[in-house]
Design a protein. Structure first.
Length: 156
């Protein structure tokens, strides 16, 4: 197991400074909309569209001879890691849904010229919240280790 762990982290494309991780989930969110000047001088949002692109990167085990115990431990680890990374993906979907929900039916007394930068800032704040939530999840779970996403190095 130690050889597998060393290979996984040594070859991992998932790096943050000197640290490497077994898996990563990246969410990108884009929001587009039209603004319409209202007759009464306000502004309303029309045609909101939010797109989320989620990419999950997980390690793969090369084919080879392994004991049944090692294979079973790898599969257990991968299930836990996948479940942890799915939590990051759910966070991305939740933020995208929140952005869209808040955009639907949005109206303000501000002019559209004043509204656009404020609305863009609000959207970016929500997206930053997703990044903060992901960091907190990794802190609380030690990057999934407390959820079982850690190889048992004693398995032979």
């Amino acid at each position: 197991m130690e050889e597998i762990r060393a290979s996984m982290f040594g070859n991992s494309p998932v790096r943050n400074g000197d640290e490497s991780f077994g898996g990563v989930t990246k969410s990108q969110i884009w929001a587009t909309y039209d603004l319409l000047n209202e007759v009464d001088g306000g502004c309303s949002l029309r045609n909101p569209l939010v797109r989320v692109d989620i990419k999950m990167t997980l390690p793969q085990l090369d084919a080879g001879q392994r004991s049944a115990a090692v294979q079973q431990e790898w599969e257990r680890f991968m299930g836990a890691l996948r479940a942890h990374e799915l939590m990051h993906a759910q966070n991305g979907n939740f933020i995208a849904t929140t952005v869209l929900t808040r955009m639907m039916g949005f109206k303000t007394r501000l002019s559209c010229a004043e509204t656009r930068p404020k609305l863009n800032d609000a959207i970016q704040t929500l997206i930053q919240r997703m990044n903060d939530n992901d960091k907190k999840l990794d802190q609380v779970t030690n990057h999934g280790a407390t959820q079982g996403a850690q190889l048992n190095l004693h398995v032979q």
